[in-house]
Design a protein. Structure first.
Length: 57
């Protein structure tokens, strides 16, 4: 059985670990990521373990 790779999402503002974990098969669109350290919320997208900031239209 193949081991699925998983890692914590890091805050795009301060770089600290958040309380959210992603796996290699996770896909998120317009996900509100909250950082308990800097107390900010950021909208992100995740695809293929790559995190990008969502751009407002």
């Amino acid at each position: 059985m193949k081991q699925i790779k998983a890692e914590w999402i890091l805050c795009p503002i301060c770089g600290n670990k958040t309380r959210t974990m992603i796996r290699e098969d996770t896909e998120l669109r317009n996900f509100p990521l909250y950082c308990p350290k800097c107390k900010k919320e950021t909208i992100i997208n995740v695809q293929d373990m790559k995190i990008t900031l969502a751009v407002s239209k």
